[in-house]
Each structure stands twice: as structure tokens, then as C-alpha cells.
Write a protein that binds this ligand. Structure first.
Ligand SMILES: Nc1ncnc2c1ncn2[C@@H]1O[C@H](COP(=O)(O)OP(=O)(O)O)[C@@H](O)[C@H]1O
Ligand SMILES: [Mg+2]
Length: 152
């Protein structure tokens, strides 16, 4: 028996319309994209700049709304979800932003950055979230240091 893919994207399209009151063509960034990612596998997406890699990633996370298509995550069509249901599915995905200046806020400590996602998802107590952040930071080479005062 073949296993259901972990992520299955079908006929995904994303068209960016020009902003209100401005001229310009509709940008057809994605047209009819379909692919699967099997459970437990790593898949690389390669293409020239502007070919739509980021738009695929942002659509799959529902950071932007696809124009059409179906995105099945672990058997659930996430294009139709909103609110709490979407938040629950988001626990299964993680976007790693390329640009540290855009993703690491200098107004927050590293401890706050690392616990923010757990906070939003309501995972663990405050102390547990802090302990997980310290452990994760340890793996990243900040071991043994208190995170509270450190800023990016
Ligand atoms: N928010 C947006 N509004 C209008 N056009 C966009 C927007 N985001 C991306 N695009 C356009 O969509 C196309 C694909 O971009 P992108 O997904 O960033 O490509 P890649 O990540 O492969 O470099 C490009 O032509 C880009 O200019
Ligand atoms: Mg990109």
C-alpha cells in the first residue's frame, strides 16, 4: 500500500493583482503547480530568481491566500481552514526566514523570539516554554547562558 503523502499540492495558482488604483498587469506567479512530499522525506525546490519558490512556500503556510488549488497537509485540506483549525495545522509547519534582519526583532530578547511561537500555540507553561527555548538555544551554541538579556 502506498502511504498518503505528508504534503500534497494540487493545481495551485497564485495571481497577484496590481494594487487598487494602480495600473499594471496581473502577475501570474504560480500556474497550476502540483507536487507531493512523502512522509519523512526532504525535498528541495530549485529555480531561478522570480520563478515562484517563495510564493509556493508562503501559499502552503497560508501566509498568502492562493488564487486556486488544493493543499493537503497530512490529509487535511488547509485551503478551507481558518481560525483555530488553521492555527492547529500550523503547528506542523515551520517557515525559516532567509533574512535575519527581518525575522529577528531587535526589540525582543532571543528568549522572547524563541518562546513566541509556543506562546501563540499555547504549548506548555511559561517555565516549560522557557526551558525549551534554553535547550534549543543550547543546540545552537548559546549553551549555559541566560537568554533573558540577550538581543539579536
Ligand atoms: N506580493 C507580491 N505582489 C506582486 N507580485 C509578487 C508578490 N510576491 C511575489 N511576486 C512576483 O511573483 C513572482 C515570483 O516571485 P517569488 O515567489 O518571490 O520567486 P522566487 O522565490 O522563486 O525568487 C515574481 O515575478 C515576483 O515579482
Ligand atoms: Mg524567494
Amino acid at each position: 500500500m502506498t502511504q498518503q503523502p505528508y504534503l500534497s499540492v494540487r493545481n495551485l495558482s497564485k495571481h497577484f493583482k496590481p494594487a487598487a488604483f494602480s495600473r499594471g498587469p496581473v502577475v501570474k506567479a504560480l500556474q497550476d503547480i502540483s507536487f507531493d512530499i512523502p512522509r519523512g522525506q526532504v525535498v528541495g525546490l530549485v529555480g531561478e530568481s522570480g520563478s515562484g519558490k517563495t510564493t509556493i512556500g508562503r501559499s502552503v503556510l497560508r501566509l498568502i491566500e492562493p488564487t486556486s488549488g488544493e493543499i493537503m497537509l497530512d490529509g487535511v485540506d488547509i485551503t478551507t481552514l481558518s481560525g483555530d483549525q488553521l492555527r492547529r495545522q500550523r503547528r506542523k509547519m515551520q517557515y525559516i526566514f532567509q533574512d535575519p534582519f527581518a525575522s529577528l526583532s531587535p526589540r525582543m530578547t532571543i528568549g522572547q523570539v524563541l518562546t513566541e511561537g509556543l506562546d501563540i500555540q499555547g504549548i506548555g507553561t511559561r517555565a516549560e516554554r522557557r526551558a525549551r527555548a534554553e535547550k534549543g538555544a543550547g543546540r545552537g551554541g548559546t549553551a549555559g547562558r541566560r537568554l533573558r538579556p540577550i538581543r539579536p
